[in-house]
Design a protein around this ligand. Structure first.
Ligand code: NAD
Length: 262
């Protein structure tokens, strides 16, 4: 079964990345217009090029989500170009460095919080203002299973994703009167993709008791921790976003959907 989004309009942050791109494909294939926001303009242009085949309006907007000013401008431009916005996928994020707590670098902690928490706040606030005047809509904030159970060597990332789940619960309450649903999505091990490769290499390099020093062995250790014994695909993450945005989820808000294989 597939949800249809004909005539709907979705704004996706981190639209140049793996999950943003897979979600853009999913929504465009089902009839939605797409506004991509990202820092990476060349990659965003590539994604927009791929979406041409679906014959739906697609816009790209350079935006640093850590800047409230950038976010306000990108939203205004996206609304001008697409007419309105129904769905916002608040997805841009950064994994941080991998280091033990006693060695976690100060500047990277700030950077992770700035992108994953302050950035999510900026997009959420702008989304609430725009969706409210369109008569409602739905927002999905990208959290992570690292925001449910803190993994080793990912102090800032865990902090940031726990925060996203808290933000989601409060925003769902605040925005319910406006007909805006707000949910979170928490994937665990997803791949192939940039973050999967990066985390196996960096967990191996930290040299902790939790993972082998060889990235290929780390891959297997991680997969063995999943009850379904495989990675989730980017499409399976996009399926979760589609469900939470769709009218099938019309009575679901403030929820964190785990996409983890168990
Ligand atoms: P990715 O690195 O491929 O994509 C992230 C995108 O965010 C990139 O295109 C990057 O340019 C953009 N971005 C980073 N900082 C930005 C900023 N300040 N302003 C605007 N854009 C910015 O990673 P992904 O796997 O597609 O991850 C997307 C989201 O999913 C992230 O929030 C990530 O934490 C979360 N997540 C990913 C996984 C996974 O295994 N891939 C698992 C759980 C959660």
């Amino acid at each position: 079964a597939t949800y249809q989004f004909i005539g709907k309009k979705i704004l996706i942050t981190g639209g140049a990345g793996d999950i943003g791109k897979a979600t853009a494909h999913r929504f465009a294939a089902n009839g939605a217009s797409v506004a991509l926001l990202d820092l990476n303009e060349p990659k965003m242009a590539d994604v927009a090029g791929e979406l041409k085949d679906y014959n739906v309006p697609v816009g790209t907007f350079r935006c640093d989500v850590t800047s409230a000013d950038d976010v306000a401008k990108a939203f205004t431009s996206a609304v001008e170009q697409l007419g309105r916005i129904d769905y916002v996928f608040n997805n841009a994020g950064y994994q941080g460095v991998f280091a033990k707590t006693d060695e976690y670098p100060e500047d990277d902690f700030q950077k992770v919080i700035n992108i994953n928490v302050v950035g999510v706040f900026h997009i959420l606030k702008a989304a609430a203002q725009h969706l409210r005047f369109g008569g409602g809509g739905a927002i999905v904030n990208m959290a992570s299973y690292a925001g449910v159970v803190g993994p080793p060597n990912m102090l800032a990332y865990a902090a940031s994703k726990f925060a996203v789940i808290g933000i989601t619960q409060t925003a769902a309450k605040d925005l319910a009167p406006y007909g805006i649903r707000v949910n979170a999505l928490s994937p665990a091990l997803i791949g192939p993709g940039f973050m999967w490769t990066r985390q196996t290499q960096l967990q191996a390099a930290v040299g902790s008791q939790y993972f082998d020093a060889e990235p290929k062995v780390v891959e297997q250790q991680m997969i063995n921790s999943v009850p379904m014994r495989r990675l989730g695909s980017l499409e399976e993450v996009a399926n979760g976003v589609a469900f939470l945005m769709s009218d099938e989820a019309s009575y679901i808000t403030g929820f964190n959907l785990e996409v983890t294989g168990g």
